[in-house]
Design a protein. Structure first.
Length: 417
């Protein structure tokens, strides 16, 4: 048993590479099933968000190359290119990494809570396709508990911020009075929901929500006093939008350069702000070449996010201390699994010896042998076979002068000093 995490994130890879290896919702279930067919993969969870793509797995060996090759092949990405941006952690470092990610310590915005919900969703998906066993179930459940403890015992979540909050802050910098701005939100997921919440707090009265499923968008309409439209209606409504914030799971861009050019002509070149916080991107990068257009992606939000980090550093230090303790606790649980397996193996071996000698004794009795002699022989042979390996280990440690190991073995065998 060996725990691994392989991944890329906003710190190690560009948005271009992150787009290449992102798992869309339609593919992630099949991806789990495909991954489980690879040699050595016992359990696996795939986490794919705007800022990261990570594979958590329980392998039968210390060789992760099979998973790396699978990831490259699945997305048709050159493995050398991928390796340059890839981080790989094993066992205790892998455990620590998941705990840090769940607590928001590895996020673009330090301490943001949104990632925990994304991890829980990834866990639920993996559980649905039965790619989670005893070890990964315990690992992720433990991570959820650690995240809750950090939220409760530190101020890491004070004045909560997220990519959504950073997007609204950016909009406020460009349009100082958001109450006069008309906003088009594309998507109806958790990120857009947070964006809508922050926009309402900034007194934005005119919000339109475009989504593939109108029912989901309608659920947000009442909360934000907004209007719902379908994705197909975007070209007709784009002309009325000053600010466009998009976050969908679409594998292809939703807004192209030509669509924006048409809207600009009708707007008589009034400026438009596009904030694309989706990976893969919802808005073609060529849109940024147009005059009177401001286009930002998740990577461009980094400067805003930096301003929020300083206030959370002290809480992050406290969180790291909690995580360090929890890593030790989880490792002890893993080691107990090894002990349980060893005990089981040892017990099975002893029972095998017992059954073998008992069968031999019963056969001798059936043939009319002396019960006393047979019982003495049974006790002698059983004792010799059971003490053979411990006696050999004691002898070898004595010859090597390994006093500490010898004493540990004596204690384990219940021998008095």
């Amino acid at each position: 048993m060996s725990l691994f995490v392989l991944g890329i994130n906003h710190q190690t890879a560009s948005i271009v590479l992150r787009e290449k290896v992102a798992f869309c919702l339609d593919a992630v279930v099949d991806a789990h099933r495909s991954l489980l067919t690879q040699n050595g993969v016992k359990e696996a969870v795939i986490i794919s968000t705007c800022n990261r793509c990570e594979i958590y797995c329980n392998l039968t060996s210390n060789d992760h190359e099979e998973v790396l090759r699978w990831l490259s092949k699945f997305h048709q990405v050159d493995d050398i290119e991928l390796s340059k941006s890839l981080y790989i952690y094993q066992n205790d470092l892998a455990i620590q990494h998941l705990f840090r990610v769940a607590c928001g310590l590895n996020s673009l915005i330090l301490g943001e809570p949104q990632i925990l919900g994304q991890i829980k969703q990834a866990f639920a998906t993996a559980n649905q396709v039965k790619s989670i066993g005893k070890v990964l179930n315990k690992w992720f459940q433990y991570a959820f508990s650690v995240a809750k403890k950090v939220r409760t015992d530190t101020q890491i979540g004070a004045n909560a911020v997220s990519v959504a909050f950073a997007a609204v802050c950016l909009a406020k910098q460009i349009f100082s009075d958001l109450s006069r701005s008309r906003v088009l939100l594309i998507g109806a997921g958790e990120t857009i929901e947070l964006v809508g919440k922050y926009l309402v707090e900034h007194n934005v009265p005119n919000i339109t929500i475009a989504n593939r499923t109108l029912l989901r968008a309608t659920n947000l309409v009442e909360r934000f006093n907004a209007k719902a439209i379908s994705l197909e209606e975007i070209p007709n409504h784009l002309v009325f939008a000053d600010i466009i914030i998009s976050s969908t799971a679409s594998p292809l861009p939703i807004i192209g350069k030509g669509m924006v050019e048409s809207a600009l002509k009708l707007r008589r070149n009034q400026p438009m702000l596009f904030i694309d916080i989706a990976v893969p991107r919802d808005i073609e990068c060529q849109v940024s070449a147009l005059n009177d257009i401001y286009l930002y992606t998740v990577d461009d939000l980094y400067g805003i996010i930096e301003d929020n980090k300083q206030a959370r550093q002290a809480a992050a230090i406290e969180a790291e201390q909690i995580i360090e303790t929890c890593v030790v606790d989880f490792i002890e649980w893993m080691e107990s699994l090894n002990a349980v397996e060893s005990i089981k193996t040892y017990r099975n071996k002893c029972e095998e010896i017992r059954n073998e000698e008992l069968l031999r004794a019963l056969n001798a009795l059936n043939q009319g042998g002396s019960p006393e002699k047979i019982l003495n022989a049974l006790a002698f042979k059983l004792t010799n076979k059971l003490i053979h390996h411990p006696s050999k280990a004691l002898s070898q440690l004595g010859k090597l002068g390994a006093d500490h190991e010898l004493q540990s073995l004596r204690n384990a065998l219940g021998l008095k000093n």
